[in-house]
Design a protein around this ligand. Structure first.
Ligand SMILES: [Zn+2]
Length: 326
């Protein structure tokens, strides 16, 4: 589990004062497209570990200590759990609390208030957490939940908005971090940034699936999706269809190392924006320009000059270089 600035990110120095005025923190990623050169044209990339980590860092930097004055529920079915906090549903949605803990495990995110209440988020395909000013014009469509916040040091108000047009994401209410971690976060795989090599090798070695499929299994390793699986396999020189348990030790070492390096590079770059990821100043994540294979089918590999290929593997577009990857 990642919490409280355990990843430092030099590119995420945001100015809280500019944030409210400029509308937005668009935190979240939705419908990336630019997939026209890929096999599966209607595939929507989902936020992965680096994008969710950027959401966490931005919320932490801009909302720590802010008090939840009110919660407006426009669409209750985005809340996937039963109410677990005493005091009614507004209290379950952190009303009255001061934002205190900003946590992430894999692609999941959780906000905690000082008395221990927790809200867990899964961004799914199009889930976004937006921080906007109190200007009513700044409330976007599909604003399912709206928290009114107050910065106790300045008295300035702002809004935190959950919007999710495709509604594959959602929220879960928990009475505390301990129960959430035990019931949910410990059940899925170890966070990809925290996984030690021996544990990685053991998990990969015990599956009969292809290495690409294994990397996408959140119960084995949490946080990796299509973008970073393709990029890590290219960096490690491994073809996505190779059987995971047949990889040589040297190959699993390279892959484990490549995953860590690529995920950290992507966090530093603000994640990958194909369409709409924005930071508080309206900037975008920059890692998409560093992609070696993802979204580049038909282009030349910068490593060897060959044409990057793509195929469908378990329903997902997979891109690789036939020369660099063995
Ligand atoms: Zn190549």
């Amino acid at each position: 589990m990642i919490a409280d600035g355990s990843i430092s990110s030099r590119c995420i120095s945001r100015s809280p004062s500019s944030l409210i005025e400029t509308l937005t923190i668009l935190l979240g990623i939705s419908c990336f497209h630019a997939l026209s050169n890929q096999l599966i044209l209607n595939e929507f990339p989902m936020p992965e570990l680096p994008e969710v980590e950027n959401v966490r860092l931005l919320l932490q930097e801009n909302l720590r200590g802010h008090v939840v004055r009110n919660v407006q529920i426009n669409r209750a079915d985005v809340i996937r759990s039963r109410w677990t906090t005493s005091g009614g549903r507004h209290r379950s949605l952190l009303a009255g609390g001061s934002l205190h803990g900003f946590h992430r495990h894999g692609k999941r995110l959780a906000l905690e208030v000082e008395d221990g209440r927790v809200l867990e988020f899964s961004l799914g395909m199009s889930g976004q957490l937006l921080v906007v000013s109190m200007n009513p014009d700044h409330v976007p469509d599909h604003a399912h939940l709206i928290w009114t916040l107050e910065n106790p040091s300045t008295g300035q108000g702002s809004r935190l908005i959950w919007r999710d047009p495709r509604r594959f994401g959602g929220l879960w209410v928990w009475s505390g971090m301990k129960v959430m971690v035990e019931r949910k976060w410990q059940v899925i795989g170890t966070d990809a940034l925290e996984m030690e090599y021996e544990s990685f090798r053991e998990r990969i070695g015990n599956t009969r699936r292809s290495i690409k499929t294994a990397l996408l299994d959140q119960n084995l390793i949490a946080g990796i999706g299509n973008i970073y699986a393709d990029e890590a396999l290219h960096r490690a020189g491994i073809r996505p269809r190779r059987m995971a348990r047949r990889l040589k030790r040297q190959e699993t070492e390279k892959l484990h190392h490549a995953l860590g390096v690529i995920l950290r590079e992507a966090i530093e770059a603000g994640g990958s924006t194909i369409q709409s990821f924005k930071d508080p100043r309206g900037g975008e994540g920059g890692y998409q320009s560093a992609h070696a294979v993802y979204g580049r089918s038909g282009e030349r590999c910068e490593g060897c000059g060959s044409t990057i290929r793509s195929m469908a593997l378990n329903g997902r577009t997979t891109s690789w270089c036939p020369v660099c990857q063995k």
